[in-house]
Design a protein around this ligand. Sequence first.
Ligand SMILES: [Mn+2]
Length: 554
Amino acid sequence: MEPTPEGALSGTPYPPLIRTLLWQRGVHSVSDAADFLFESNPPEHDALLLPELEAALFRIKSGIEAGERFAVFGDFDADGLTATAILTESLTELGANVFAHIPNRFTDGYGLSEGAVDMLHKQGARVIITADCGTGSVREVERARELGMDVIVLDHHLAPDELPGTVATINPKREDCRYPDTELASVGLAFKLCEALHHLLGRSFDPSRYLDLVALGTVADMAPLRGENRWLVSRGLAALRGTARPGLLALMEVSGLMPGSADAEAIGYVLGPRLNAAGRISNGRLALDLLLCREKAAATRLAEELNALNQERQRRTAAAMDLAGLLLADELEAPLLFVGHPDISSGIVGLVAGRLAEQHGRPAIVYETGETLSRGSARSIEGFDITAALRSEGHRFVQFGGHRQAAGFTAETGRLPDIKEALLALAADQLAGVDHSPTIRIDAELPVRLLGGEEIRWLSKLAPFGQTNPEPTFLSRGVRVAESKVMGADGAHLRLKLKDGPVVWPGIAFGFGELSPGPGSVLDVVYSLKAERGTEGALELQVKDFAPAGGPSG
Ligand SMILES: [Mn+2]
């Protein structure tokens, strides 16, 4: 018989609601529960268990001692940028001669290229450290060795069979990885490497100086918030709330985010997109400069620039969504959405794919159609490994790589029809019988009138919420609308006051403006708890769905 939450987690001091939520997150034993709530030893592991980390440490140490020049070559997304920032700052502090390079998505493409290797060599690099790329760069690393350079790869993308000839390829996704947690993002790996390097050199290491960056990169990269990632992000959010980095303070200021209210959601929706906008629209270097900036005026200028790029990113994404909708009009029932156009910029194909996958509940592949080569991105749904799908057609791609849920590729434009046909057949096979209709996951029934300080305190212990640790979502029946106002420029949203028994809660319902329920109506409400925007400490209900009370349940 399946043990019940109450049974398996009995003997714990947690209220029944918390036991249920833990159970639904796969926490099925008393000791796992203590781990999840950070009540036992923190889920930190010995960095030396990471593949070839030790070789990397000694190569960096000898390079510093010999005065050799280091190049950090980072990816242009938030994970790559934050990893690059930690490596650059930390190595500089240890006395290394180091410079950073972020490739341009539009002229250089993703990852290490032979052109980039030559350029780093010309700039005097003797050791290249990659951040968030490089695992598949066999040819490029070979080129670096021909030029007399050593390469250290720091990456977490799925590892191909043939690894590059590096000094060290630090990637927890390697088959031979003995590190107990395989989900660290590249910024987490950079943090562990720098911490270990400080210890090796007998220098003290202040984690709080770098953990703000670890939280940013890990959450923005959508790494699972479990195990060591969740521990790092939890501490990292505290560091972010108290950050001294002028760049992050300026970015929060232009975004209207109070440092004290920075949480994982703020990274996902506010800070992450602004850092990523640089690489999507212009050049990722801008965002790296912001992270490393030490001076307030320059930080403000860079933050404003990123904010403007983010607005341009939003405009392009909305236009591309409209275009993709037109192009896919007859194919929305296909098991996999596959769409491309010259007007869909390669900087935003991942965002468009992500929205299509979410809206339609099926994997989506979106590319910018180029004259000879096309660049694209894929986003998937649970139960369909998109990188494995690309690999099954690997011979048809110039380049591809990624994770289970997200991938990127380059292909010859002429081969795309065949690729589409093959991937559609594969998805039809693997997703046969899958229900694609959108659903809202409800954790438990929790009447609004029972929300008190005790419940709220316990719920906050389950944070940070995000990938694989979704924010708890509840159902409350028979809630009375005390007040209802449309809000937003086009009246798209609702601001509510909801009354349950003697209790009144403020609430917000995004996208429900057209359904404005009259005062006095009685609703069944699906909600989660949110910090009120622009305040510190106050909570409101985020209403995710509602229906007249007493309707069909389930
Ligand atoms: Mn990454």
